[in-house]
Design a protein. Sequence first.
Length: 86
Amino acid sequence: MSSSIYTELIGGLQLMVGLIIHPVAIAVFINMLVATITMMPKGFIVGGAFYPFSLIISSLIILLSGLCFTASITCCSIGEKKWLHN
């Protein structure tokens, strides 16, 4: 239970700031997948499984994009050339 709290809190903050984007997105993806599966028997919208599912989609987009965001600290420090804008 506490690892889930730390993943959501610290992982979410790291995603917002841009620290270690891809490993954190994997951790958030797995955490929200478990939350969605746990909440699914209660119902998708009424039972509250929609919110963790939306976080799954957003972390999956971060993982599959392979792009660094402009404000990402990690990508600025390693000198990554793949930016969202030129």
